[in-house]
Write a protein that binds this ligand. Sequence first.
Ligand code: BMA
Length: 769
Amino acid sequence: MKRLLTFFFCVATAVMLQAQIRGNSVVVTVEPDHADWRYNTGEKVNFTVEVRQEGTLLKNVAIDYAMGPEMYQDIRKSVTLKDGSLKLQGTMAKPGFYRLDVTAHVNGKDYRGACGAAFSPEKLQPSTVMPQDFEQFWQKSIAEARKTDLNPTKRLLPERCTKDVNVYEVSFNNERWGSRTYGILCVPVREGKYPALLRVPGAGVRPYGGDVYTASQGVITLEIGIHGIPVTMEQGVYDNLGNGALQGYWEFNMDNREKHYYHHVIMGCIRAMDYIEQYTPWDGQKAGVTGSSQGGFLTLVTAGLDKRITCYAPVHAALCDHTNSLKGAACGWPHYFYENAKIKKWKNVKIEELDDTKITTSRYYDGVNFARLIDEGQKGWFSFGYNDDVVPPTSAWATYNIVKGPKEIKPYQATWHFWHQEQWDTWEAWLLKELKQTTATQLADRLTSLQQKGYMAGHQDDPFYGIGWAYEDGKSDVKLTVGDYPAVMGFELGGIEMGDEKNLDSVPFTRIHDELLAHVKRGGVVTISWHPRNPLTGGTAWDVTSNKVVKSILPGGVKADLFKVWMARLADFLESLKDETGQPVPIIFRPWHENNGSWFWWGQKLCSDSEFMALWNLLQDEMNARGFSNLLWSYSPNLDGGWTLERFMQRYPGNDRVTLIGEDAYQWGSEQDFIKAVNSDLTFLTQFAKNNGKLLAMTECGFKNIPDATWFSRVLKPQMDKYPISYFLLWRNYEKEWFGPVPGTPCGDDYRKAFKEAKNVMFLNDIKH
Ligand code: BMA
C-alpha cells in the first residue's frame, strides 16, 4: 500500500510533494478560526498567518498574499511581518470557498501556505447545463464501440505475482478495431467469484503497477491506461510521448464531441467493464470504480454511464463544471475557459445561450453531467481538499451536491492536490467494505452499531407458544410481559434434515418460515440453531452412544452421502428465507453449539478436535458453495468457567469463519457458581472478541422454570451489564420447561423491571431505524 501511495505521490504532484516529503525548515501556516473550516454565507472568517523557521516565528519576514473567492482573489498585497504573524478577515455573500494564499520570501526562496474556507458549500450548484441528448449521445457511442469485438490479449507478469494474486497485462479493443485499451489485471489465485474494482488514472502519460493489494483482499482489480499504449514499457517512452505527441492531450479536439480526446478514454472505461464481465471471474454483483483527479472525473463518467457499477469513489475529481469560470467562479481542472479572452465579451450572456463550439462540446465532457446520471443503486464516496488549487473544492462540492444516489463526503481540509495518509486509508477501507459487503456483513454492521447502545433481548420460539397458549397469531410471552416483541427471535431447524413437516419441538416448518420472515419484516433480528438427528445411529442429536458419528459423515465416511442430503435439505429451507423483493434475509446461524459438552453427537468426547473442525468446515463450505451471503456464522460453546486461550482455540473454527462468538449459559447449580463461571467466561470472551474483531452474545441462557422470581434482575442482568454483549437469548417457554418471562407472574414483573425499564436493554421498537 505504501508503495502505491509513494508511487502516486511521485508521479502526480512531484514538484509540490518533494517539498512535502522532505519537509522545510520554513513553514507557512494559514489557520481559520473554525476547526472544520466551515462558515455560513455572510459570516466572517478570521485567518491567522504564521511564518516559522525551525518551529519559531520568523521576525521581519516579507510575504505576498492573495485573498478572495478561489481563483478570483481580488485582494493582493505585499507586506513585511514584524513578528512573523498576521491576522486577516474575509467573508462571502454567496456559497463558495474563500481562499487566502500566502508566499513568504526567505533567503531567496519562496514558501507557500494557504487556507480555503468553505461558505455554505452545501448550497453550491454547478453552472453546467446538460445537453438534451447527453445520455443518448453516450449510449449511442457505447453501442457503436461494442460493435467491435474486445479481442483481448493477456500476458502473465510473473515478477509481479504473489502467492495470493496473479498479475497480467491485458489489452482489448476500445471504440474501433485497432484502438485499444491496456491495463494491469490482478486476480485472486484462489478459485471463486469475486467483486471487481476498476481503477482509472490521473492525468499524465505513464506505466501502471496494478492494484495487487486490493486483489489480495479478494477483489479483481483492473488498472487501465487511457492512451491506447502498453502500460509496462520503459519510463522514457512515456516521457517522450508526454512531452511530445501527447502534450496537452486534454485540449485535443475540444471543439468536436465525436473526436474529443476523451471520447475514446471514456469508451475505454466502459469496455474495461465489458472486459471484466466477459473475461474475469467477476461475481456479476459488486463492481467499483475509483481514481483521483482526472481519474475522479473518469470515476463519475463510469458510474454515470455504466449501471454495473455499484460503488464509486472520486477523489478531487477534475473536469467538473467547466463553465463556472464564465460566471466568474472557480471551475475544475483543466480550467478550460478560465483565461479566455472572450470571457469579457460573454460576461453578460446567459451561459445556456453561448454558442461557442468548445463550450457546447465541453458539456459532453463535464463530470457534472455524468454525475447527474448516477442513480440510487450506486453508492459514492467523495473526498477532496479545501486547499486544492488544481481541482478547486467549489467544483468538487457542487458536483457532490447534485448526485441523487446514496453518497458520503469526506473532505480533508488541509490537503492540496494530494492525499493525506488517513484519507488514503479511509478510502481504501471504504471501497473494500462496499465491494465485499453482503447481507451478512450488513447485519454485522447493524449489530455493531446497536451494541453501542446496549444489548438486545431475545427469546427462542417466541411467536409460536408460551405458558398456557399455543399458535395464536401475534402472541408472544415477551410481548404479553413488556408490551413489545423481543429484538431477537431464535428458531430451531432440527428435523429439517429428515424432510419432516415439523421440527423436533413440533413446530411446523411453514410456520417457522413465516414467523421468521415476519420478525425480519418488523425490523427484528433472527438466529437459527440446528439439532440434526444422529446420522450414524438414527437417534436424536442427544444420542451419544457412538464416538464415530462425526467421522462417519466426513468425506469417505459411511454416512457422508446421507449427510450431504441432510445439508441439502437444510440449505433448501435456508434458501427459502427471502423477503418480498426476493432478497435473502440476514440470519445469525449457530450450528454445532455447546460442543465443549458431551451431550450432543458433535460434543467434546464424541469427536477429536480435528474432526470437529472438519465438521464445521464441511457444513460451512457446503453452505458457501450454495451461495449464501446472508448467514452470519456464530460459534457458541457452553458455559465453561475456566476458559484458557489454548483450550478455546482447540475447536475455534477461525477468524475467517466466525463473526459472532458467545456462550450458552444456564444456571443448573448454585447461584454463586453460575455467577462466578459467567464472569470468568465473559471476561475471557470479551477479550477474545476484542482481539479478534468479533461480536459477542449470550447465545442462550436461562434458569429452568425460574424458581427464583428475582433471578433476572438480581442474577442475570448485573452480570450481562458488565460486558459488551450484542444480545441474550432466553430459551423457549413450553409447558414443561420455560426460560423466558411468564406474563402475569412475579418473574414476569421482575423481567419487565429488569429489562424493559432499563436504558441499556433493547426490544424490537428500540432497534427499528
Ligand atoms: C433443548 C430443549 C429441548 C428442545 C431443544 C431444541 O434445549 O428445549 O426440549 O427440543 O432444545 O429446541
